[in-house]
Design a protein around this ligand. Structure first.
Ligand code: DHB
Ligand code: MG
Length: 212
C-alpha cells in the first residue's frame, strides 16, 4: 500500500466498517454472481452523512441492483422515512427485496420494477434526495427527471462520476461514457444546482437544488 491507500484504509477502518448484515449480504451477492459494481462501505457512509445532514425522509434511488446501497440509504432516513428504488432487472429486484427483508427494512423500502424513464414521470415530486446509480447512457434524461422530482434544497447524488477514469480519456466516445460526461457537464453548469464531485471510490457527484 502506498501512503494514500494506507490513509484510505485508516479512514475506512475507523468510519465505514460494514456490520454483520451488510457483510453477509455483500458475500451473498458475490456468490449469486451479481455484477461487482455496488458502492463501497466508505461511499455508503458518505451517503449516510449527507442524507442525515439534509434530514432526508423521502429518498429515490435509480438502480437498486441487490439492495446493498439501499440498505445504507434506508438506515440513514429519519423517523417515518421511505426509500423508493427502481430496478429494471426482475432477478436483481427479487434479490434486493430479500436483502431489505434480511436487514429489517422492508417496511420503509419500496422496490419498483421497470424502466426508470417509464417510472420517473409517474412519481410524486418533492423528494429530499435522489441517488442515481443505473445505466449511464440516459444519464442526462435522468438528470432532468431528477431536477423535476427534487424539492428545493434537495440533494442530487450520482455514482460513477469518474466511470473508472474513462471520463478523461477523451478518445473514448462510447455512448455510456458520453452519458456520464454530459451529466457531469449539466450538473457543473446548471444554475439550478450547486454541485461538485467527491473523489470517493469511482467519484460521487453531489449537488443541492437551488432553484426550480
Ligand atoms: C457501471 C455501473 C455502475 O453503477 C457502477 O457502479 C460501475 C460500473 C457500469 O455500467 O459499467
Ligand atoms: Mg455505480
Amino acid at each position: 500500500m502506498n501512503r494514500s491507500e494506507e490513509l484510505q484504509a485508516y479512514v475506512a477502518g475507523l468510519f465505514a466498517a460494514e456490520d454483520a448484515v451488510l457483510a453477509e449480504i455483500r458475500r451473498e451477492h458475490r456468490s449469486l454472481g451479481l455484477p461487482d459494481i455496488a458502492i463501497s462501505a466508505e461511499e455508503g457512509r458518505v451517503l449516510q452523512v449527507l442524507l442525515r445532514a439534509a434530514g432526508a425522509r423521502r429518498v429515490l434511488e435509480v438502480g437498486t441492483l441487490g439492495g446493498y446501497s439501499g440498505i445504507w440509504i434506508a438506515r440513514a432516513l429519519g423517523e417515518g422515512g421511505r426509500l423508493t428504488t427502481i430496478e429494471i432487472d426482475r432477478e436483481f429486484a427479487a434479490v434486493a427485496r430479500q436483502s431489505f427483508e434480511r436487514a429489517g427494512l422492508s417496511d420503509r423500502v419500496e422496490v419498483l420494477e421497470g424502466q426508470a424513464l417509464d417510472i420517473l414521470p409517474l412519481l410524486e415530486p418533492g423528494f429530499d434526495a435522489i441517488f442515481l446509480d443505473a445505466d449511464k447512457e440516459p444519464l442526462v434524461e435522468y438528470y432532468h427527471c431528477s431536477l423535476a422530482l427534487l424539492k428545493l434544497g434537495g440533494l442530487l447524488l450520482c455514482d460513477n462520476a469518474f466511470f473508472n477514469g474513462r471520463v478523461v480519456d477523451l478518445a473514448d466516445r462510447r455512448p455510456d461514457i458520453e452519458g456520464v460526461r454530459a451529466f457531469n457537464r449539466m450538473a457543473a453548469t446548471d444554475p439550478r444546482l450547486l454541485a461538485t464531485v467527491l473523489p470517493v471510490r469511482d467519484g460521487l457527484l453531489i449537488g443541492v437544488k437551488l432553484a426550480e
